[in-house]
Design a binder for this molecule. Structure first.
Ligand code: AMP
Length: 113
């Protein structure tokens, strides 16, 4: 997608604070962190949201979670963490390229707003 921010981060056109990456996915620090550790995990391939991805390429969905698991280890989130994917207007999605937020390093409240 030509004007997609996260496609540009995935391809290196826009810099990001990358914490892990492989052939199919990139993990980088959120520019506006909501927790001491706040990392976004994205596929290099563009999908708008997790349901689109799971239907189009379920293997990739699992591979993304595997990269999230690497992040959880390297960020040492031994006390727990949350993986969130906001979707659509009601879900509060602001970037329409699927991303998992991996949040940790503090107690996280529930329910979300
Ligand atoms: P969402 O609102 O769930 O779609 O999440 C989008 C996230 O992307 C927000 O938490 C933003 O802070 C984050 N974000 C936006 N632009 C950048 C960027 N250039 N680098 C890193 N994170 C970003």
């Amino acid at each position: 997608m030509n004007d997609c921010l996260f496609c540009k981060i995935a391809s290196g056109q826009i810099p990001a604070d990358i914490v892990a990456e492989n052939e199919i996915a990139v993990a980088f620090r959120d520019i506006s962190p909501e927790a001491p550790s706040h990392v976004l995990v994205i596929p290099r391939e563009h999908h708008d949201n997790v349901a689109d991805l799971a239907l189009a390429n379920p293997l990739l969905a699992g591979q993304l979670l595997a990269l999230a698991a690497e992040v959880i280890q390297t960020e040492k989130l031994t006390n727990g963490y949350r993986i969130v994917t906001n979707t659509g207007v009601d879900g509060g999605q602001s970037v329409n390229h699927l991303h998992f937020h991996v949040l940790g390093g503090r107690g996280l409240t529930w329910p979300p707003g």
